[in-house]
Each structure stands twice: as C-alpha cells, then as structure tokens.
Design a protein around this ligand. Structure first.
Ligand code: SF4
Length: 329
C-alpha cells in the first residue's frame, strides 16, 4: 500500500500536499461561540472531561479580533514551521456552528479576509448543525458567497475557500456518551456526518481513546462503525484528566474504570486501530497535547506531538504493518 510522504498511514499533512500542492498550517481561532452543553440549553456542566482552556493556545482569545488572532498565530508558527505559506483558520473552541447563519457568516468571513488564509476548519458538536448552515458552508466553498475571493495555492488558483467541518463524536457507544454527559447520542453524530458529506464538504471526526468503561476490544470494534461513516479524516486523542474536571474526580475515585495506558501501549493500541481503519481515511492525529499546568501528572512526561508521531512511524516499521492491513477482514 502506498501512502503519501513515505508513511505507513494516510497523514493529513500529506492530504493537503497531495490535493493542493502545499503543506497547510492550522491556526486556532476563538470566535467567541459557546456550547449548548454549557450555556444551559442542554446543561451547564459540560462534558465531564472538558476544560476548553486546556486545548487552545495563548494567541487565541475571544477578546482579540479574529484577524489579530490569525496574525499572532502566523507569527508564532513562522518561528516553528518556516515552510508553511498558507493557513487554515481553525475554529476550535466550543461549538463553532452554534449561532444563527448571519453570525456564522460574519465570523467566518473575517477569517477569510486575511490574505494568507485559504480555508476554514470548523469544529462543532453534531447537534449544532442543520441544512441551512450546511447549505451556507457549501456555497461558501464553491465561491458563491465571496465572488471576488481568490488565492493561489501550489501554483493553482483557488476560487472558493477550503471548508472542513470537524465533529466531536468521541465514542460510538451511547452508554459512554451518556456517562460523559455529551448530551447527544451516536445516531445524532452519524446523521450530522452524513448530511455534511451529502453537502459536498470534507468531514472530520474526533474520538477520545480511554474513556471510562471502554475496553481495548470496544475501541477496536468501533473501527468498523467509523469505517462506515462518510468521513474524510479522523483524529484520536488519549483521555486527559484535566484539573478541576468531573473526569479527574472520577479517575481518582475509580481508576479501575480507565485503560490508563503508558505511551508504548498506547502506540500499540493506535496501531491496532490504524490496521482496522479503511486506507482512504486521513489520520489527522493519534494523540493530543495538554499544557502540563492543566494536569496533575503528565503521564507520558513532557513528550511533544511530533515525537509521538516519530515513535509511531518507528513502531509501525517494527511491526511491519500499515493502515488498513486488517480492513474488511
Ligand atoms: S461539547 Fe465541547 S465545548 Fe461543549 S462541553 Fe463538550 S467538550 Fe466542552
């Protein structure tokens, strides 16, 4: 099986390079949205693991105009990744489709004004989407909302922004979703993914590995459910016990409910999952980083995401395996 960039899996960096001829860097934007699981519509406590502050960088704060957040993000990333010339505005914090279309339009268009921004990645909950919003996003991506908008990417003209919708699905098991207080079930997530793909948009999904009550076997079995969704990409994060969350308390009281894998075991689990995923799915992440001040103990030490990816490559080679090896078997 041939994957881009000499990898043993379909990397998302490779996806952009293959499709648009360039590496693209995501810049986190906090556009000031909230979430129905926090503002009282569904609940006030939120998902039991959630502290949004732990998951977004210092340059993105809602008090700063979106354009300024993007500019500061570009300056920050230029030091780390000199080769990124174009960017995707990543609406990550809270639920970024949780507002009327006119509000969404105003916030997204602010990001697309920046000359180096070529598209949007919109993170949201599956119960915060509907046909009207998807129709708007689809016409935005076809260049109908901003007729004069142009960018040149990989030597080719782009007439409408790249638009990806990324859903927090977290688990395919309703019992888990209930226990972590998500406020929606898996059928809701499956519907949102299908509607988004039907609208002609790229769809990503986020899953958490190690949620309470989920065994290794359950995580491997849910791969066939993931394969059945019309997704473009997937993202996995290990469960983190962020300070002050209900999940931290539960973990302290009932550690036996959690997988609590060390890094080598986690990498093997991630590879077991990769082997079962369809080879056409792009893998955006297999693990996440939370700044050490947000957790009591950094279980894996101060390891960075790029180091984990390097270890993943090494382990895949050691096991002489690849994404999709067990797909359909
Ligand atoms: S949906 Fe997202 S922002 Fe809302 S409570 Fe859950 S994790 Fe937090």
């Amino acid at each position: 099986m041939d994957f881009p960039e000499g990898k043993r899996y379909n990397s998302f960096a490779g996806y952009y390079r293959q499709k648009f001829g360039e590496r693209l860097q995501k810049l986190v934007v906090d556009a000031g949205f909230t979430c129905p699981n926090r503002d009282g519509t569904l609940g006030r406590g939120g998902c039991t693991y959630c502290d949004n502050a732990a998951f977004h960088p210092g340059y993105s704060t809602p008090s700063m105009p979106i354009r300024q957040q993007l500019q500061e993000g570009i300056t920050f990333h230029k030091v780390r990744y000199r080769n990124a010339g174009h960017y995707l505005a990543y609406f990550q914090s809270f639920s970024n489709t949780y507002a009327p279309v006119e509000v969404l339009r105003e916030r997204y268009l602010q990001a697309l004004e920046h000359p180096d921004v070529v598209g949007l990645v919109i993170g949201t909950r599956p119960d915060c989407i509907d046909k009207e919003k998807l129709d708007f996003l689809a016409s935005l991506s076809r260049g109908e909302v901003l007729p004069g908008w142009r960018r040149t990417l990989g030597g080719k003209d782009l007439f409408g922004p790249i638009v990806t919708v990324e859903y927090g699905i977290e688990s395919c098991y309703d019992t888990t979703l209930e226990q972590i207080n998500r406020g929606h079930d898996f059928a809701c997530a499956a519907r949102a993914v299908q509607m988004t793909a039907d609208a002609g948009l790229d769809v990503g999904a986020h899953f958490i590995l190690g949620l309470p009550g989920e065994s290794r076997r359950m995580l491997l079995e849910q791969c066939s459910v993931i394969n059945g969704l019309p997704l473009t990409s997937v993202k996995f994060h290990q469960l983190q016990y962020v300070k002050g969350t209900a999940m931290e308390v539960r973990h302290e009281k009932n550690p036996e409910e959690f997988l609590d894998l060390d890094l080598p075991d986690y990498l093997d689990l991630a590879i077991d999952i990769l082997e079962r995923l369809r080879p056409t799915l792009y893998i955006e992440r297999i693990a996440g980083e939370v700044p050490p001040r947000f957790v009591k103990t950094a279980r894996w030490g101060l390891v960075r995401n790029f180091q984990i990816l390097h270890m993943l490559d090494q382990r895949l080679a050691q096991r002489d395996t690849f994404q999709g090896r067990l797909f359909g078997i």
